[in-house]
Design a protein around this ligand. Structure first.
Ligand SMILES: [Zn+2]
Length: 428
C-alpha cells in the first residue's frame, strides 16, 4: 500500500463524502449531491444466456452538481471505449425518431439554404438514421461515429462515416483536409462526452466561419421538474441546462443564438450556435425567453436541486405500490421496451422477474438477451399477443403514445398500459 492510499483510507471513514473528482467543465471539487441511485450495471450491457451465471460489474450511479458552473454530472466510472465501441443502440428502430430526423433535415435545408455545395457533418451519426435524408437530397454529408458495428450499417445505407471519437484531434485532421462544416450537428451525444472541453473545442475547429452548430440534448429542467431520474445512467456523464451549455460554449469561442424546445426524450433542447465573432446571426426571442425562465426557476442556485432526491424516492414507492398490489391480485405484468432508462429504473427499484415476467423489444440485437442486473428476459413483441398479460409497463415512456397505438390490440383482452414516470400511472 502506498502512502497516498493510506491517507485516502483514513479520509474515507464512513459518513465522509466519496472522492468525486473535479467538475468535468471547470474543475471545481464537487460537494453537492443531487441524487444517489445506488449501484447499477452499465445499462447497455445486455446479458446473453450463457453469461447468466457469471458475475456482473455494478458501478455507483451518483449525480452531483457543481456549485460554480451548475453543470449536473456523474463521474466517468467506466471508460468511453468500454461503453461505446460496440454499442447495441441503433437509432433506426424508432419510427418517431426517424420522423424527427427527417423533419429536421427539411427545416435545416430551408433555413440555411443548404445546397450541393454545402457540407453537413454529424458527430455520433449512429447508423445514418439522419444523414441519409441529406444524402437523398444530394447535400454532401458525412458522419463521425465511434461504434464500428453501427457505422458499418450507415455505410451500407450510403452515408460516408468515419469510425472515430470526436474531439480536437479529429477536428484538426478534418480541417486540414478542408472539410469544414456549414452545418455541424450532434444529437444526444453531448451527455456522453467525458472530455467536454476537448469536444466543444473540436466543434469550433470544424465549424466553417459562417457555419451553424445544432446540438440536441435532454433538458435538465424537464428531468428535474418531471422526475425523469431514469434518464440518468453511466453512459450519460452530464445533464445540461441552457445556462450551463452557454457557459461551456462561450469558454470555447462559440455563442448560442437560438434554441428550440422539443418533445423528444421527455423534453429536449436544440441549441443553435455560431462562432462568437460571427455577428450575422442575432439572438432570438426564444433564447431570451428560455434564459429568463431558467433564471426564474433558480437553475443557477443549489436550492433548485435539493428536493429532487426526495421526489425520486417517492416515485419508486408509488411504482412498487402498484406492482405489489397487481401481483397480490394475481395479475400478470410485463414490460415493453428495453431502453437504457428502463435499466436504471428497474435496478434502482429492485424490480426483477418477481414483478415483470419479461419485456419485449423491436430490436433484434436485444431479443433473446436479458436486461443487465435484473436479468429480465427480452422477447420479440409477438410474445405479448401470445401470453395476453394484464398490465404492460412501458419502459420508454417518452414514446408512450406511439407504443400504446402499436399495442392497441392488447385492449381486446383488457390489458392496461402503465407508465412509471413522473409517477406510476395506469392508462385504461
Ligand atoms: Zn463546474
Amino acid at each position: 500500500m502506498t502512502a497516498s492510499s493510506q491517507v485516502s483510507t483514513i479520509e474515507s471513514a464512513p459518513g465522509a463524502p466519496a472522492d468525486t473528482g473535479g467538475c468535468r467543465f471547470c474543475g471545481t471539487t464537487l460537494h453537492h449531491s443531487v441524487v444517489d441511485l445506488g449501484m447499477s450495471p452499465l445499462c447497455e450491457s445486455y446479458v446473453s444466456r450463457d453469461s447468466l451465471n457469471q458475475m456482473e460489474p455494478f458501478y455507483p450511479l451518483h449525480v452531483y452538481v457543481c456549485d460554480q458552473c451548475y453543470l449536473v454530472q456523474l463521474q466517468e466510472y467506466v471508460s468511453r471505449e468500454h461503453i461505446f465501441s460496440d454499442y447495441a443502440y441503433f437509432s433506426s428502430y424508432s419510427d418517431s425518431w426517424l420522423e424527427h430526423a427527417r423533419r429536421y433535415t427539411e427545416q435545416m435545408i430551408a433555413r440555411w439554404d443548404l445546397t450541393s455545395r454545402s457540407s453537413v457533418v454529424e458527430v455520433a451519426s449512429n447508423d445514418g438514421y439522419l444523414l441519409q435524408y441529406f444524402v437523398a437530397k444530394d447535400i454532401p454529408a458525412f458522419g463521425i461515429e465511434p461504434a464500428a458495428n453501427v457505422a458499418k450499417v450507415a455505410q451500407q445505407k450510403g452515408v460516408p462515416t468515419l469510425v472515430r471519437f470526436f474531439g480536437r484531434n479529429t477536428a484538426h485532421e478534418l480541417a486540414a483536409q478542408g472539410r469544414l462544416a456549414d452545418l455541424l450537428l450532434g444529437n444526444n451525444v453531448l451527455a456522453q462526452v467525458n472530455d467536454l472541453n476537448d469536444f466543444v473545442a473540436g466543434l469550433r475547429i470544424l465549424l466553417a466561419p459562417r457555419g451553424v452548430i445544432t446540438i440536441e440534448f435532454p433538458h435538465l429542467m424537464r428531468l428535474v421538474e418531471e422526475n425523469q431520474f431514469d434518464t440518468i445512467y453511466h453512459e450519460h456523464f452530464s445533464y445540461f441546462s441552457l445556462y450551463s451549455t452557454e457557459r461551456i460554449f462561450a469558454a470555447h469561442g462559440l455563442a448560442v443564438f437560438d434554441v428550440e424546445e422539443l418533445p423528444t426524450h421527455g423534453g429536449s433542447l436544440r441549441i443553435y450556435a455560431r462562432h462568437s465573432e460571427d455577428v450575422s446571426k442575432p439572438e432570438s426571442g426564444r433564447l431570451l425567453d428560455l434564459r429568463s425562465r431558467e433564471a426564474d426557476a433558480g437553475i443557477a442556485t443549489l436550492t433548485y436541486y435539493t428536493s429532487f432526491a426526495k421526489n425520486v424516492e417517492e416515485t419508486k414507492r408509488k411504482l412498487l405500490d402498484f406492482l405489489i398490489r397487481a401481483k397480490r391480485e394475481g395479475k400478470v405484468v410485463v414490460g415493453y421496451g428495453a431502453p437504457g432508462k428502463g435499466n436504471t429504473l428497474l435496478n434502482y427499484c429492485g424490480i426483477r422477474t418477481d414483478f415483470l415476467d419479461y419485456t419485449v423489444d423491436r430490436s433484434p440485437h436485444k431479443q433473446g438477451k436479458f436486461l443487465p442486473g435484473t436479468h429480465i428476459p427480452i422477447y420479440h413483441p409477438d410474445r405479448i399477443r401470445e401470453t395476453r398479460p394484464d398490465y404492460i409497463l412501458i419502459l420508454p415512456w417518452n414514446l408512450k403514445d406511439e407504443i400504446i397505438q402499436q399495442l392497441a390490440y392488447a385492449r381486446e383482452w383488457g390489458a392496461q398500459f402503465v407508465v412509471p414516470i413522473p409517477e406510476a400511472h395506469v392508462y385504461r
